[in-house]
Design a protein around this ligand. Structure first.
Ligand code: 3PG
Length: 381
């Protein structure tokens, strides 16, 4: 992968693909600027090298494309310098506005996904984008599992380099995939089991222990027909390939049970085998926490993705909090985490400092760890 040190950016119109797909509330206010903050070192690095910086991104909320204007404003505050917002990403006005920029200036183009050519990876659209710059930097690891025009199309037309964040995402994730110091412990929680199966299957060949959180553990047990009389709408049947006789796999032995709709203020702590038809598991229980903590204590590499329970609810915070606490107490392991909900939980429990690396990728990180090649990373090679 070619990196920023391989090119002289002075006075060059530099198109930088970022992932500013940030958390937003219904009023359009930014609630989570983690991804903006993580792109700052590359932007500053390019400015120090006197580049003309033209940023691009997509932004979608509930499957709807949203203007990047609020991102330009937040970026301006964090960067401490003017960020010119350009209200289109291609066409004559985008060309005119970007041509006016001088070395050391920054602009942000409007949402790429307002144009159908972005997702369709339309060649004409990629060429239009490429015309706005002289060199391309991919800083959007979190979007590099998408073969979209701004990710794989532009590199066909411009010299292309990995940004600092992209470089460190690949280095840190490769480190745990290729040569982890052992024991290597993987902790997988959250609810979206279908998005994680391929990663679980690949990583179970590399890791020494895989610890599953409450909901994902429950889903596996239901699909394996160990928890009977219950149905789940999980389409991904690959879950059948998870071998529960593999001694590396640790499912919760107890949990916090509550009614499916969390009604009646009812919850109880109990062994997994005692679950009733009308209940679901909302957090791991004390016995599971004890076993997991013991394993985490001796780890030399830790990868954490997905909370252990419904940590947003006060009654079910304990599992996630205790596991993060155990991770923090292990000071000698190399520790990586990632995923939207995961980083949210880590921030809620003030645990960010205890990790060596927090990935900005959700789907992209899981795909990378599943062993698949990411189109955006391949385009830079
Ligand atoms: C993400 O939020 O994971 C990335 O920005 C990719 O977004 P997408 O799933 O809408 O392509």
């Amino acid at each position: 992968m070619r990196t920023l040190n391989d090119f002289d950016f002075e006075n060059k119109k530099t198109l930088v693909r970022c992932d500013f797909n940030v958390g937003m509330n219904d009023k359009g206010g930014i609630t989570d600027d983690f991804r903006i903050v993580k792109s700052i070192p590359t932007i500053k690095h390019l400015l120090e090298r006197k580049a003309i910086v033209i940023l691009m991104s997509h932004l979608e909320k509930k499957d709807k494309c949203v203007s990047l204007k609020a991102v330009a404003e937040r970026l301006e505050n964090i960067l401490g310098q003017k960020v010119k917002f350009i209200s289109s990403c291609v066409g004559s006005s985008a060309a005119k506005e970007t041509n006016k920029l001088k070395s050391g200036e920054v602009a942000l183009l409007e949402n790429l996904r307002f144009e159908a050519g972005e997702k369709a990876n339309d060649d004409g659209f990629a060429r239009e984008l490429a015309k706005l710059g002289e060199v391309y930097v991919n800083e959007a690891f979190a979007c590099s599992h998408r073969a979209h025009a701004s990710i794989v199309g532009i590199p066909k037309y411009l010299p292309s380099y990995a940004g600092l964040l992209m470089e460190s995402e690949v280095l840190n994730l490769e480190k745990i995939l290729k040569n982890p110091e052992r024991p290597f412990i993987v902790i997988i929680g959250g609810t979206k089991v279908e998005t994680k199966i391929k990663t679980i299957l690949n990583i179970s060949q590399i890791a020494d222990h895989i610890l599953f959180g409450s909901k994902i553990g429950e889903i596996i047990l239901i699909q394996k027909e160990i928890m009977l009389g219950r149905e789940l709408a999980v389409k991904e049947k690959l879950v059948e390939k998870i071998d529960l006789t593999n001694s590396k796999i640790h499912l919760p032995v107890d949990g916090m049970m509550a009614l499916k709709d969390l009604s009646e203020g009812y919850s109880r702590k109990a062994g997994i085998g005692t679950i009733r038809k009308e209940e679901e598991v909302y957090d791991i229980g004390p016995e599971t926490i004890k076993v997991f903590k013991e394993i985490i204590k001796g780890a030399k590499t830790i990868f954490f993705n997905g909370p252990m329970g419904m940590f947003e609810n006060r009654e079910f915070v304990n599992g996630t909090k205790e596991i993060l606490d155990a991770i923090a107490k292990n000071r000698s392991a190399f520790k990586v985490a990632g995923g939207g909900e995961t980083v949210e939980a880590i921030n809620k429990f003030h645990a960010a400092e205890s990790f060596n690396f927090l990935s900005t990728g959700g789907g992209a990180m899981l795909e990378f760890l599943s062993g698949d090649k990411l189109p955006g990373v391949e385009a830079l090679n």
